[in-house]
Design a protein around this ligand. Structure first.
Ligand code: TEU
Ligand code: CA
Length: 561
C-alpha cells in the first residue's frame, strides 16, 4: 500500500448546528467551532468533517444545498469559513466539507431554471420525464418515503426524480455539464485550502436506465431503491473521472458514503488509486434493519456486532483502509444502540471506542461520542426535527401501531438522538448556547459533559485521549495503523479477539462483550498491557490465562512467536 499523509490521522465528525453556539441564537456556528479547536486538539484529532453548512432551505438539515459557493447565514459567512480553515491549519488540522452532489435543493437556481424551461439546458441537469398516461416511469420508493417521482411544479404531465426528499431533486450525472459543475465546485473549495471531503450518498449517482418497475415489497406498491442500484452497475466511471479531475491533483483526503459496495469492487473504491481515500464501514449500522421500517428493527446482539466487524476487515489488509465509526448523524448513539439494555456504562462505551480504534482503518469519532453521550427520550414528534423520523412514524402507524407505540418505536432510532446539542458544561443547556437551543438538550447533561470528564482521569474522554495517543505513539503506530488484522476465533462466545501484526510487533485485542467475566487462553507470552478499560481490574497472566471482567476490553502486546 502506498503511504499517504492521512493514514495515521484520527478524524472527528462535527454536526455544526449542534456543536457550539457562539452568538446565542440557539444554533451552533463556525465561530463556535473555532472556539473549540483547542479542545479538539487536546483530544488529539486531526481531520474535522463538517456536516453541510452551505446555503440551504434546510429541508434535510443542509443536505439540500441551494448554493454550493456560499455559507448559510445561521453558520456564519465565507470569512468565518476561511478563518476556520486557517485556524485549523495553525494547529495541524484539516477541514473536510460535506460534498452533497447526488442531488441539490429544489431551490437551487439550476432546478428553478429547469422548472422555467424543462426542455432547455437546465432540464438536462435533472431526471425529468414526460408522462402521457398518468403512469409514473418507475415504482421506486424514495429513501424518505413515497415515490421518487414528483410532479414538476407548473407542468401537469412532467415529473422529476428524487431518491431522497422531494426538495432534493437528483442531479443527472449522465450529463457531462453536471459533472463539470461538480468538478468546479470541488476544485473551488480545495483551492481555499480544504483537506478534502466526505462524499454524501455517492453510490446513488448512477441510475439504471431505461426506467422499469421491480416487484413491490410493501403495500404501497413500491420497491426499495437498492434493487435499481444493483441493476445500475455502479458509479465507477463517474467517480474515476471526479477523482482524476479534482481530488487527486490536490492530494485531498476523501471519505465516501458508499453503501453496499460489492467485495470485488473494494480495490476500485479504496485501493492505492481508488476513487476515494476511504469509505465508511457500515456493516454494524446494517445489523437488525428491516425492510418493513424502523418499527420492525431488531436489537443488536453482541455476536452480530463482532461478526460485522470481522466481515468488514476481511480481505482489506492488502487493499486499503475502511473508515470506522461507532455512530454518526444518521444513527442512534452507539452506546445506547449496540450495548445490551442496561449495559450502557462507561466501561461499555470504552469497549466500543477501543474496538473502533484497534481494528484496521481510519477511526472517526462523532461529536459527543468521546464523552459517552447517549440517546435521549422524545416525548412527542414536536420534539423532533427530522424528516426521516416523521416518515418512519407514518410507516409505523400504517402498519397498525398506536400513536404511542409508533413514537416509542421511532424514538429509539431517530437521527435526532445524535443531533441533540453537545454537552460542554453542567450549566443551563449544557453550555451549548446562552439562548434557546434549536433541538432539545439531552436531560442527562449534568452527568455527562466535557468539563466533568476532563476532571476525571478515568472518564470516557480520557480513554479516547489514550486511544488516540496510542495510535500515534512512535512505538506502536506502525502496527496499529498499517499492521495486518488477524482474527482470533479461539475465544468464548461474545468475546472479540484479534491480532494486529507488523514485522516488529504483535498486539492482541480482547473485548468481553457481555456482563459475565471470562477466562481467556493466552497463546503467546504477555509482554505489556497497553490499554485497559477497567480501572478496577488489572491484567495478569496466570498459567497462560488471563481473566476479563464483564465488558472489559484490553490491548496487549504479546510475544511475536
Ligand atoms: O445519507 C444517505 C442515506 O442513505 C440515508 O438514507 C441514511 O440511510 C438514512 O439517513 C438513515 O436513516 C446521507 C446523509 O448522511 C443524510 O444525513 C442525508 O439525509 C442523506 O444523505 C441525503 O443527503
Ligand atoms: Ca449561532
Amino acid at each position: 500500500m502506498k503511504r499517504q499523509w492521512w493514514q495515521e490521522k484520527v478524524a472527528y465528525q462535527i454536526y455544526p448546528k449542534s456543536f457550539y453556539d457562539s452568538n446565542g441564537d440557539g444554533i451552533g456556528d463556525l465561530q463556535g467551532i473555532i472556539q473549540k479547536l483547542d479542545y479538539l486538539k487536546e483530544l488529539g484529532v486531526d481531520i474535522l468533517w463538517l456536516c453541510p453548512i452551505f446555503n440551504s432551505p434546510q429541508a434535510d438539515q443542509g443536505y439540500d444545498i441551494s448554493d454550493y459557493y456560499n455559507i448559510h447565514p445561521d453558520f456564519g459567512n465565507m470569512t468565518d469559513m476561511e478563518e476556520l480553515i486557517a485556524e485549523a491549519k495553525k494547529r495541524d488540522m484539516y477541514i473536510l466539507m460535506d460534498l452533497v452532489v447526488n442531488h441539490c435543493s429544489d431551490e437551487h437556481e439550476w432546478f428553478q431554471k429547469a422548472i422555467a424551461d424543462p426542455d432547455g439546458e437546465y432540464g438536462q441537469y435533472f431526471y425529468i420525464e414526460e408522462v402521457s398516461d398518468g403512469k409514473i416511469p418507475s415504482n421506486w420508493r424514495s429513501y424518505f418515503g413515497g415515490s421518487v417521482w414528483e410532479k414538476l411544479p407548473g407542468h401537469d404531465n412532467k415529473y422529476y426524480m428524487h431518491l431522497f426528499h422531494k426538495k432534493q431533486p437528483d442531479l443527472n450525472w449522465e450529463n457531462p455539464k453536471v459533472r463539470s459543475e461538480v468538478q468546479r465546485i470541488v476544485n473551488w473549495w480545495l483551492e481555499k485550502g480544504l483537506g478534502g471531503f466526505r462524499v454524501d450518498a455517492i453510490t446513488n449517482i448512477k441510475k439504471a436506465l431505461p426506467y422499469k418497475d421491480y416487484p413491490a415489497d410493501r403495500a404501497d406498491g413500491l420497491c426499495v431503491i437498492q434493487k435499481m442500484l444493483v441493476d445500475a452497475g455502479g458509479p465507477g466511471a463517474f467517480l474515476h473521472e471526479l477523482k482524476e479531475k479534482t481530488f487527486k491533483p490536490y492530494h485531498a483526503f476523501t471519505v465516501g458514503e458508499a453503501f453496499d459496495v460489492p467485495e470485488q469492487e473494494m480495490p476500485n473504491f479504496v485501493g492505492d488509486d481508488g476513487y476515494f481515500s476511504t469509505i465508511f464501514n457500515f456493516s454494524t449500522v446494517a445489523i437488525g434493519k428491516s425492510g418493513k421500517g424502523w418499527y420492525d428493527r431488531q436489537a443488536v446482539q453482541p455476536e452480530q456486532y463482532i461478526q460485522a466487524l470481522f466481515d468488514a476487515q476481511e480481505g482489506m489488509n492488502k487493499i486499503g483502509f475502511v473508515a470506522n465509526i461507532v455512530e454518526n448523524h444518521d444513527e442512534p448513539r452507539g452506546a445506547s444502540h449496540y450495548l445490551p439494555k442496561g449495559e450502557c456504562t462507561e466501561k461499555g462505551k470504552k469497549l466500543l471506542g477501543l474496538l473502533s480504534f484497534m481494528i484496521r482503518g481510519i477511526p472517526f469519532i462523532y461529536q459527543g461520542q468521546e464523552i459517552g453521550m447517549e440517546n435521549t427520550t422524545f416525548e412527542s414528534l414536536a420534539e423532533i426535527d427530522d424528516i426521516v423520523t416523521y416518515d418512519e412514524y407514518e410507516v409505523a402507524r400504517q402498519a397498525g401501531l398506536s400513536e404511542a407505540e409508533a413514537l416509542r418505536a421511532v424514538s429509539h432510532y431517530s437521527r435526532d438522538n445524535t443531533r441533540t446539542p453537545m454537552h460542554w458544561e453542567d450549566t443551563e443547556n449544557a453550555g451549548f448556547t446562552s439562548g434557546k437551543p434549536w433541538l432539545k438538550v439531552n436531560p442527562n447533561y449534568p452527568r455527562i459533559n466535557v468539563s466533568q470528564q476532563r476532571a476525571d482521569q478515568n472518564s470516557v474522554f480520557h480513554f479516547y485521549k489514550a486511544l488516540i495517543a496510542l495510535r500515534k505513539s512512535p512505538e506502536y503506530k506502525e502496527t496499529i495503523v498499517f499492521g495486518d488484522f488477524v482474527p482470533n476465533r479461539q475465544v468464548p462466545k461474545d468475546v472479540m479477539a484479534f491480532y494486529r501484526v507488523s514485522d516488529q510487533q504483535k498486539l492482541l485485542v480482547l473485548a468481553n462483550f457481555k456482563s459475565a467475566a471470562e477466562t481467556i487462553d493466552l497463546p503467546q507470552k504477555l509482554i505489556k498491557v497497553l490499554l485497559n478499560n477497567d480501572p478496577e481490574q488489572s491484567i495478569e497472566e496466570q498459567n497462560g490465562k488471563i481473566h476479563l471482567s464483564g465488558y472489559q476490553a484490553v490491548v496487549l502486546e504479546v510475544d511475536r512467536n
